[in-house]
Ligand binder design. Structure first.
Ligand code: HEM
Ligand SMILES: *[C@@H]1O[C@H](CO)[C@@H](O)[C@H](O)[C@H]1NC(C)=O
Ligand SMILES: *[C@@H]1O[C@H](CO)[C@@H](O)[C@H](O)[C@H]1NC(C)=O
Length: 496
């Protein structure tokens, strides 16, 4: 009897999984044959990074329609294939695609309920309130803070090359961006430049260096959100959570007691926390301390690793091309000569540095895919197909950035691709390192600015070449969230 029940259950499960896997074929959408249990994600995090898997799927399906069908485990996912359709999803018909379907759990894991994960009207209202923190006026006010961290960064570089001519740049750049974001988001001296084991740096390392098991947990929670919430699954480790919550609470208390106002992210979060709650007409009541902490957390999370990897890739490429590195050096020198010092204006005049950064973001987009959730049934333009509410859309940014149709000889690093005339000739939707539309990266200006400052300081005084510890081509760490290289990035450094 028991055996009979087990066999029936097994047969039903097999039938159900087969049915799931025929989702795209039943609807006449070109798709890639999945295998149980990972669908089309076989080898993810062990053999390959997800960027490579999505690039292969994109190449295989490209040309067959606005999107193709793939599977994440047993869930159908629509893979966007053409630039017009991508524009439609990200911008024109945004009202159908305003969420990301990232797993968060406000009750058990308050720090996970941040802007990147939030959904619907709650996201919209908070986004509108946070946007003014990132205007160019605010960037200008934060600029001196960034410069004072950059000065410490420079001192550290000088000290480091006294003890050896090879430096692991990835770690040192992560310490730089940790201190920048720490002082701008938390108003704290994180001191990770001075001491590599400073708490902020330790926590930052912990957030991003996780093994396959943690990655699998996150991916599964994302695919089965309701079940994960019911099981109280958390994605932020408890020590990380306690540390950040504590840091925010202390900062807020200190500023409120001493009536301190500063031009930083934390100041705005405190204002939102103390907002007059009877003005509730926009649906967003004042932020709780937990909600404010979650936003500070996401600024930290999204702000340091993305920018530091972008800078390290840029150095890695320039180390291989002394001619381009000299051009970048000349660019910094010319701006310094024109403006007299590393001012906000000087940094923004360094156009070639900007092009080098964008070409690095093209070749190595830190966020290698964009995600969107279909929030209402959506009829795809010029087709009979309906994308069903609750399904997921993925945009293969890495695949687009390496498509020879848009970027001839895509593995070649060439900042000239970002000369204004060349940019004008391309469809803007084949360059998406920060996403696009109303849900574009809120910190884009800040990220680009801190990358410019970091690179300008480095290129001004130092010359970088490959060391024999630098692998060419770089190997991507298959289980990292942000597209990052395996191991450190060792470069040979000498003073100019
Ligand atoms: C080079 C640096 C950076 C890169 C490549 C990057 C990339 C991205 C991407 C691709 C997205 C998703 C956009 C979309 O879905 O359309 C995003 C969202 C976001 N980023 Fe960034 N980012 C960077 C720096 C920063 C910085 C410095 C901050 C904060 C200080 C930040 C905060 C955020 C936040 C809060 C979101 C979620 C926005 C929302 O959902 O409304 N990012 N970022
Ligand atoms: C909050 O706003 C309401 C309506 O705008 C106003 O009547 C009330 O006095 C305000 N309360 C405080 C404490 O500012
Ligand atoms: C780099 O890319 C960003 C985002 O698309 C853009 O706003 C910026 O103008 C670009 N800079 C250069 C120098 O091409």
């Amino acid at each position: 009897m028991l055996l009979y029940l087990v066999l029936t259950a097994l047969a039903l499960t097999v039938w159900w999984i087969r049915k799931r896997y025929s989702y795209w074929s039943e609807r006449g959408v070109p798709f890639i044959k999945p295998t149980f249990p990972t669908g089309n994600l076989g080898g993810m995090a062990s053999r390959e990074h997800i960027s490579a898997i999505m690039e292969r799927c994109y190449k295989q399906l490209k040309g067959s329609g606005p999107f193709g069908g793939i599977f994440f485990f047993i869930n159908p996912v629509a893979l966007a294939l053409d630039l017009d359709f991508i524009k439609t999803v990200l911008v024109k018909d945004f009202q159908y695609f305003h969420d990301r379907s990232v797993y968060y759990n406000e009750k058990d894991d308050p720090l996970s309920a941040h802007l990147f994960a939030m959904e619907g009207p709650k996201w919209r209202n908070l986004r509108a309130k946070l946007t003014p923190t990132f205007t160019s006026g605010k960037m200008k006010m934060m600029f001196p803070t960034i410069i004072s961290v950059a000065d410490q960064f420079q001192e550290l570089m000088v000290k480091e090359i006294k003890t050896g001519d090879e430096i692991e740049m990835k770690e040192i750049l992560a310490r730089f961006t940790t201190d920048v974001i720490g002082s701008c988001a938390f108003g704290l001296e994180c001191n990770s430049l001075h001491s590599p084991e400073a708490e902020f740096r330790r926590m930052g390392r912990k957030i991003f260096q996780f093994g396959k098991f943690k990655l699998l947990k996150i991916v599964l929670a994302q695919q089965f959100r309701a079940i994960a919430r019911a099981l109280h699954v958390t994605t932020v480790d408890s020590d990380v959570s306690e540390f950040f919550m504590g840091a925010v609470k202390q900062t807020v208390e200190y500023r409120e007691q001493n009536k301190i106002e500063r031009n930083d992210f934390m100041n705005l979060l405190i204002e939102l926390k103390n907002a007059n709650t009877s003005e509730k007409e926009d649906g967003l009541s004042a932020l709780s301390i937990e909600e404010a902490a979650a936003q500070a957390f996401v600024f930290f999370l999204a702000g340091f690793e993305t920018s530091s990897t972008a800078m390290s890739y840029c150095l890695y490429e320039l180390a291989q091309r002394p001619d381009l590195q000299d051009k970048a050096y000349e660019d910094v020198q010319a701006a310094l000569k024109k403006h007299g010092s590393m001012s906000y204006e000087a940094i923004h005049d360094m156009n070639y540095i900007g092009q080098c950064i964008n070409e690095s973001l093209r070749k190595y987009p830190p966020a290698s895919n964009l995600l969107r959730l279909v929030t209402q049934d959506y009829k795809v333009p010029n087709s009979n197909f309906i994308l069903e509410r609750g399904s997921t859309m993925i945009i293969p940014v890495y695949g687009l950035h390496h498509d020879p149709e848009f970027y001839p000889d895509p593995e070649r690093y060439d900042p000239e691709r970002f000369f204004p005339e060349q940019v004008a000739r391309r469809n803007p939707f084949c360059f998406l390192p920060f996403g696009e539309g109303p849900r574009i990266c809120i910190g884009m200006r800040f990220g680009l600015m801190q990358a410019r400052v970091g690179l300008a300081y480095l290129l001004k005084d130092f010359r970088f070449t490959l060391s024999n510890r630098t692998p060419v081509p770089l190997k991507i760490n298959p289980s990292s969230a942000v597209l990052t290289s395996e191991g450190g990035l060792w470069l040979h450094v000498e003073k100019r």
